[in-house]
Design a protein. Structure first.
Length: 117
């Protein structure tokens, strides 16, 4: 499973929000939004491409893994490692720290109904 640190995630979000994206435009955006120098952007882009998350081809950056798929895999990995794969245990732990609104509870119910096999 590919990984990303916090700053890499912010950089990746720029790509996901604007892809396909010319690499020079990505560098300009990262300079403006992250205050990065071009060398930093190209280094991080190379690293994320090597991890199989993005591709740089003909000076154009595209994703190999969508934002939703990437964070879905990260969420699964977290629940697996922290709660032995038990989604109910995760929700119980989450619910003891943060109370859900009625709208959130209804949204979760709809999601659960949609996941039934």
């Amino acid at each position: 499973m590919p990984t990303m640190g916090m700053l890499e995630s912010r950089f990746a979000d720029i790509i996901w929000s604007h892809e396909p994206l010319a690499s020079r435009e990505l560098v300009k955006m990262a300079e403006k939004e992250l205050k990065w120098k071009p060398t930093t952007s190209y280094t991080v882009l190379k690293r994320l491409c090597e991890r199989g998350i993005f591709r740089l081809q003909d000076k154009t950056v595209t994703s190999l893994i969508s934002r939703e798929a990437f964070y879905g895999m990260k969420s699964e990995e977290f629940v697996e490692e922290t709660f032995h794969g038990s989604l109910p245990a995760f929700i119980t732990a989450f619910g003891t720290r943060k109370k859900l609104s009625d709208e959130e509870v209804e949204e979760l119910k709809k999601l659960i109904d949609g996941l039934r096999r």
